[in-house]
Write a protein that binds this ligand. Sequence first.
Ligand code: S3P
Length: 167
Amino acid sequence: MKNIYLCGFMGCGKTTIARVLGQRLALPSYDLDQLIVEQYRMTIPQMFARGEAFFRQAETQVLQATGSTLGVYATGGGILTQAENGPILRKLGTLVFLDTPFDLCYERIQGDENRPNAVSRTKEELLSLYRSREAAYRRWSHLSVPEAGTPEQVADAVLQKLLSAAE
Ligand code: S3P
């Protein structure tokens, strides 16, 4: 079995769904941002204060290291802005796009000071960021799942798609 990676916009529910999916599969679940914070001993805003490129380098490095630990991983919403990360994700596991409507993401992320790429933008700017990233989520993911229902229902929908893809 390979790792499972969830991708999608900030606030799409990756961390919650990764946790439920991990429980269903009896696998550990991880949040890539959390792993970065632990490894670098800095908060995400502190890393962005050094420049987004600094954070992105750390993100790719920590992503590469996930190859040695089987689990379900929630990735950061900007992971596919780096050209090298799509192929890495596909090589290390199955990539699942959590397709959540913008308004729902926005409700969850607005004003979140822990998300420098959200707090620095207006709603219109975030919508255009969402639109600009959507194609990459679809292009690189093996599967996409709409975020409809409870976390348990969404995790079950992911599981079903994973099982049918494996047939
Ligand atoms: C980012 C999303 C964040 C985190 C960082 C940058 C982005 O993760 O990686 O703040 O550029 O979309 P979440 O998607 O978990 O909020």
